[in-house]
Write a protein of this length. Structure first.
Length: 295
């Protein structure tokens, strides 16, 4: 049985840990509110912009000539993996890494075996995970979350777009955690490049939409395609940011509860140990008194 001093030390340690996890939960909750507002405001705009681009791309001859729409045999792959810079957020980072590995196994097993899959890491945890596995990792944008903004993500999108346009990559996918609520995040894998035209569901005729372009169809599409691609990556990063804070808040809440349960058990052990020590002392005193009385 542990001594009273050891049990008191453990109680103090767990109590200190509980205070830390409770504070981290409150910080994550405050950051989550801001991150949730950001993705909630951007998501409708990004979805409508993507839908518009897909519809225009399906029928515009100029759009079909865009370097970002040119499909070619897939030999070299870029996967943009969005994780976090810090841990203590449950399975958040692990799920994103597993999602990227599952994507490789399903779509690019040959390219992965030949070493033709490159990872662009947004978030330090993803970079570390894939470097340990021996993948070629682009860490130019790994610190994006230290000063998260559209300009920061725009640079990563432009590098991926340039790599696709000049033939360095034949396809670009994005893997990230999509935010639903504080307790629920889903891993998503989406194709960023080449652009895929919007397809109508089976059995449903595609809506006939006639766009009037001003100043011109060429200028609008030339401007719209790069902007949409950058917005889509920015949406993925904001989704991941909100998911991270939600996952951390949930993890710290659970850790705080576990610490409380452990404290109850330790206090029970402390009381039992103390009672046993008192009983032992009483028995020793009674035994000593009886020995003196019989002497």
């Amino acid at each position: 049985m542990a001594s009273l001093k050891e049990v008191r030390s453990r109680i103090a340690s767990v109590n200190s840990t509980q205070q830390i996890t409770k504070a981290m939960k409150m910080v994550a909750a405050a950051k989550l509110r801001r991150a949730q507002d950001n993705i909630t405001q951007l998501r409708p705009y990004a979805q409508k912009l993507s839908q518009m681009l897909g519809t225009i791309s399906a029928g515009a001859e100029i759009a079909s000539e865009s370097p970002y729409k040119q499909a070619r045999p897939v030999e070299r792959v870029l996967i943009i993996v969005v994780t976090s810079d810090r841990g203590l957020c449950g399975a958040f980072n692990t799920n994103a890494v597993k999602g990227a590995l599952a994507l490789m196994e399903e779509k690019y097993p040959t390219q992965a075996r030949l070493g033709h899959v490159e990872i662009m890491a947004i978030g330090k945890k993803g970079a570390e995970a894939f470097q340990r596995r021996g993948f070629k990792v682009n860490t130019n944008h790994v610190d994006a979350f230290s000063s998260l903004s559209f300009a920061t993500v725009k640079a990563a999108a432009e590098e991926a777009m340039a790599g696709f346009a000049n033939g360095r990559y034949d396809i670009v996918d994005v893997v990230y955690n999509e935010f639903r609520n504080a307790a629920v995040q889903f891993v998503r894998a989406e194709q960023m490049l080449p652009i895929v035209a919007t397809q109508a569901p089976a059995g449903v005729a595609a809506p006939a939409i006639n766009y009037t372009f001003e100043p011109s169809e060429e200028e609008i599409i030339t401007e719209l395609i790069p902007k949409t691609l950058k917005i889509q990556l920015y949406k993925a990063v904001l989704d991941s940011n909100a998911s991270e804070h939600g996952a951390r808040m949930t993890a710290m809440d659970k850790a705080t509860e576990n610490a409380g349960e452990l404290l109850k058990e330790l206090r029970l052990v402390y009381n039992r140990t103390r009672q046993a020590a008192i009983t032992t002392e009483i028995l020793e005193i009674v035994g000593g008194a009886e020995a003196l009385a019989s002497a």
